[in-house]
Design a protein around this ligand. Structure first.
Ligand code: CDP
Length: 253
């Protein structure tokens, strides 16, 4: 079989040409990077976990009518997705202060925010993805006012869904980032959730203990990243075949 054409290689994923026009294959690597790729490591199993977790979240979003790029999982590390034109913005939703927001405003991490706050960064690694006001987004033509309104609405729906799913398994969704793409169907264009939704791009804290179950484990050297992601997957019932508990009695409700 001919080798697939590589379309794009990012820090944690590679995109290949898909089997049909308008599709791509998204491959999840084990590479982890932080601080704009100044810190790097290979975390065995991370790609497999994120492939499954992103499938789980995107499928759930589809079920509640939030349009996204996911079509189907192909194997352990690959999924078939819709090809989109990525809007050059990182859309961040915050429920609690953490990370750069906590630093910028001198807030204690974990402080609850008055309501979910949506912010935008300009996607540019050389500049370190700077925070940009809506005025710049419209002024520079990265998105129209209508697109902005649609992106905020999409991001808040993703937030409601993700917060609820996480709360159900004892995890607080502190914040997350999504990327949004333009999907063309004939002359029509609509904005859909793209890229990935995984613990690489969320902050997830255990409600009881405060244990971090996201990429901060890697950023801040808090332990084994694969263990943290496996815990998220286990609680969500994703990859149950990899978590057999031989010999232990199973509670049936
Ligand atoms: O993560 P950091 O402190 O650098 O930035 P942040 O603005 O506090 O990040 C907010 C949320 O977006 C966190 O859940 C990050 O993991 C996520 N994020 C991301 O996935 N990719 C980026 N380039 C920046 C933030």
């Amino acid at each position: 079989m001919a080798r697939r054409k590589k379309i794009y290689e990012g820090k944690a994923k590679t995109l290949y040409e898909g089997p049909e026009p308008g599709t791509l294959v998204q491959y999840f690597k084990d590479d982890a990077t932080a601080f704009n790729a100044e810190k790097r490591a290979t975390i065995e199993g991370k790609g497999v976990l994120n492939n499954r977790l992103s499938e789980f979240f995107m499928t759930g979003l589809s079920q509640i009518g939030v349009p996204n790029h996911f079509l189907k999982r192909l194997n352990m590390r690959e999924q078939l997705i819709r090809a989109v034109e990525i809007v050059p913005l990182e859309v961040i939703v915050r429920n609690y202060a953490a990370g750069t927001m906590a630093k910028r405003l001198g807030m204690e991490e974990g402080t609850v925010l008055p309501r979910p706050l949506v912010e935008f960064s300009y996607k540019n690694d050389d500049l370190g993805d700077p925070l940009v006001p809506e005025e710049y987004i419209i002024g520079f033509g990265w998105a129209s006012q209508q697109d902005l309104d649609d992106m905020i609405a999409l991001a808040l729906r993703v937030n409601d869904f993700m917060s609820g799913v996480m709360y159900g398994v004892g995890i607080k969704l502190i914040d997350f980032k999504i990327e949004i793409g333009r999907h063309y169907e004939g002359d029509f264009q609509r904005l859909i959730v793209a890229d990935e939704i995984s613990p690489d791009s969320c902050r997830l804290w255990d409600i009881e203990t405060g244990r971090k179950l996201d990429k901060d484990v890697f950023r801040r050297d808090l332990g084994d990243l694969a263990d943290a992601y496996t815990e998220v997957a286990r609680r969500l019932g994703v990859m149950p075949q990899n978590n057999p508990q031989p010999g232990k009695p199973q509670l049936i409700n």
